[in-house]
Design a protein around this ligand. Structure first.
Ligand SMILES: *[C@@H]1O[C@H](CO)[C@@H](O)[C@H](O)[C@H]1NC(C)=O
Ligand SMILES: *[C@@H]1O[C@H](CO)[C@@H](O)[C@H](O)[C@H]1NC(C)=O
Ligand SMILES: *[C@@H]1O[C@H](CO)[C@@H](O)[C@H](O)[C@H]1NC(C)=O
Ligand SMILES: *[C@@H]1O[C@H](CO)[C@@H](O)[C@H](O)[C@H]1NC(C)=O
Ligand SMILES: *[C@@H]1O[C@H](CO)[C@@H](O)[C@H](O)[C@H]1NC(C)=O
Ligand SMILES: *[C@@H]1O[C@H](CO)[C@@H](O)[C@H](O)[C@H]1NC(C)=O
Ligand SMILES: *[C@@H]1O[C@H](CO)[C@@H](O)[C@H](O)[C@H]1NC(C)=O
Length: 552
């Protein structure tokens, strides 16, 4: 589990305001050594992977609401590196988001200590490398935020709580995959699927005592494929999705798209023996499939039946499943706006931004780029947030290079930083329109949003009549089916620089991402923390004197 020291010392936080970490709440400390190592998860073929403290996947972070998390990350790779904490909102603190728009990468041989608080959050999350194609090599892990004891959880304490990281996997190294993308090729088909770093193993990965109920937190850490998750002979009761307690519907299987996490309860109510957990790829010509073994404590060695539960087929099944996901409005949970008390449907929309993903093969073979509204994002050497903080944004990037309402046909892409100027605390509608033939999955940092509608075709303002304005799940990642659209609503109430990206990693790597700059009109610590003292510097701000800090 790594080295965790839990301190409940109220006096520890002297100077905490400067680093952006709030006092009083307990601290979790970690030291992580990031290295290359060799693993052989697929057919015994050895390959280079990114290990954290020698582990693949990386260590699980087990936190509780409002804990302060301090992780000293030593980059012992030979390439610059950053981790991002997917779904962790980093209130007032985009400095810790670990994207190239908010942080200089940790150089080889250097270390950086992330400090952040899991403020007002509960739920199942993950972290992964945001730099380069590193995610294809590992470096990811689970991050859970437990409810504080005082806050009721809408189900009995499970007998145990398991993290299940599922994802497609390539045998080729991230360097070769990167070379493919840099030379205009696509990644092609993954070689397999891993469940907690393994493809198939006869050894039980999970154990259940007969009659007891267990929580499984499932995250899709892969690069490309939507996955279907199921357990032979057992029902899945959905209880949480990306930080929200859901209405507890029961499913035979669940689709988990790239970047998404959900939690289910599974009761060991079947004859005691072994059962297969099955994960298979969706919407692919020849589905990939992987299994792990769950054993009952009293039925060890009684092998699971080879008859695996079938996968669902088609897009419609998945779309219909999405429509069954609802927020449990009566459940209490730590969040800035308690479930049920936040009537998002009653707030007037102040801005509608339509984001259309496009691909461009350009004029030459090597010009494969992915974009949004005609712009393929390029990270300047100076992080966007740093440029803003030092008041030299105009030297580094332009705001609003895309239109909120793009032309119906986008013919070419320009390569430049893509930054939206979003007014602090406004209630915004974002339409993700996917005109392509493949599935898209979008993640928004710093905020959660309500995905109020998902339909085939093109969005029109009349579609607003059919929005779910009552109980859409508050979340941070949403899939967009081929030739379909999704509408999300949110208040941009977290000052900072926030990445909006395709979670399909070849797309992100080749520019299908942008940033929302949310600036508080006053440089006030009430709204945003100062740049951390230990932040590595790079680009044009290197060597510049720091501007006057934000004050109370
Ligand atoms: C990190 O791991 C590498 C390789 O195992 C080792 O050489 C190095 O000393 C470790 N660094 C720390 C800070 O533990
Ligand atoms: C995680 O933290 C909770 C709350 O502190 C604790 O009850 C639980 O035992 C921990 N689980 C693991 C696997 O460390
Ligand atoms: C690097 O690690 C050392 C402890 O080994 C720590 O004192 C220092 O603050 C860390 N550097 C950064 C930039 O976080
Ligand atoms: C919602 O949460 C409440 C309060 O914890 C719980 O009693 C109820 O069973 C949950 N409802 C559903 C439909 O899951
Ligand atoms: C929303 O807009 C409508 C019509 O423009 C207006 O009547 C109403 O007062 C507004 N509601 C809020 C909460 O601002
Ligand atoms: C398309 O590319 C041409 C030539 O590179 C350029 O002049 C034009 O501005 C681009 N159009 C758009 C909409 O970006
Ligand atoms: C961003 O928008 C706000 C309000 O709409 C405006 O006051 C500000 O000047 C804009 N900033 C930039 C850099 O365009």
């Amino acid at each position: 589990m790594g080295k965790v020291i839990l301190l409940i010392l109220a006096c520890f936080f002297c100077g905490a305001m400067i680093s952006g970490v709030q006092g009083e709440d307990p601290y979790l400390f970690f030291t992580w050594n990031v290295t290359f190592g060799f693993i052989a998860p697929l057919s015994g073929v050895p390959q280079q992977a990114i290990l954290i403290n020698g582990q693949f996947p990386g260590p699980n972070i087990n936190a509780t609401t409002n804990n302060n998390i301090v992780i000293n990350v030593f980059n012992n790779l030979d390439e610059p590196f950053l981790l991002t904490w997917s779904g962790i909102q980093q209130r007032k603190n985009s400095w810790q988001d670990g994207m190239l728009g908010t942080n200089c990468p940790i150089q080889p041989g250097q270390n950086y200590t992330y400090h952040f608080q899991v403020k007002d959050q509960i739920g199942s999350y993950m972290y992964y490398p945001s730099t380069d194609m590193h995610r294809a090599a590992g470096g990811f892990g689970g991050l859970r935020v437990n409810s504080r004891l005082l806050i009721p959880v809408p189900y009995a304490d499970p007998a145990d709580d398991y993290t299940v990281l599922i994802g497609d996997w390539y045998i080729k190294s991230h360097l070769i995959l990167r070379e493919f993308l840099d030379s205009g090729r696509s990644l092609g088909r993954p070689d397999g699927i891993l469940i907690n770093g393994r493809q198939k193993s006869d050894e039980p990965m999970f154990t259940m005592e007969p009659g007891k109920t267990y929580k499984y937190r499932i995250c899709n850490v892969g690069l490309k494929n939507s996955l279907n998750f199921r357990i032979q002979g057992h029902k899945l009761k959905l209880v949480e999705m990306e930080g929200s307690h859901t209405v507890q519907n029961v499913y035979e299987s669940l689709d988990v798209h790239i970047g998404q996490c959900l939690a289910v309860l599974v009761t060991a109510d079947q004859p005691p023996m072994e059962y297969f957990m099955v994960v298979s790829s969706r919407f692919t010509k020849e589905p990939l499939l992987s299994t792990a073994v769950i054993s009952y404590t009293t039925g060890k060695g009684i092998k699971a039946s080879p008859a695996l539960p079938p996968a669902p087929t088609g897009w419609a099944w998945s779309l219909n499943q999405f429509r069954t996901f609802r927020w449990n409005l009566t459940a209490s949970a730590a969040r800035p706006n308690p479930q049920g008390s936040y009537h998002y449907g009653a707030i007037n929309i102040t801005r509608t931004i339509k984001l259309v993903n496009t691909v461009s093969r350009g004029s030459g073979y090597k010009n494969l780029r992915y974009g949004i509204n005609g712009v393929s994002h390029v990270n300047p050497e100076t992080p966007l947030k740093f440029a803003e903080y030092y008041n030299i944004a105009d030297k580094v990037f332009k705001y609003d290079v895309i239109r909120d309402d793009p032309p119906p046909k986008i013919t070419n892409l320009t390569n430049e930083p893509n930054v939206l100027n979003v007014t602090f605390r406004t209630f915004v509608e974002i339409i993700f329109e996917n005109h392509e033939k493949s599935l898209q999955s979008y993640n928004l940092d710093g905020h959660s949003f309500f995905a109020v509608a998902m339909e085939a075709g093109r969005w029109t303002p009349e579609k607003r009549m059919n929005y779910n304005l009552l109980d859409a799940v508050s979340r941070h990642t949403i899939q967009v089916f081929p030739k379909s659209w999704v509408a999300i609503l949110l208040t941009f109430d977290n000052a900072g620089m926030w990445n909006i990206r395709s979670e399909i990693w070849e797309r992100t790597y080749l520019g299908q991402q942008l940033y929302a700059s949310v600036l508080s009109p006053t440089r006030s610590l009430r709204d945003e923390y100062n740049i951390p003292d230990n932040a590595p510097m790079c680009g044009v701000v290197e060597g510049l004197a720091k501007p006057p800090p934000y004050t109370i």
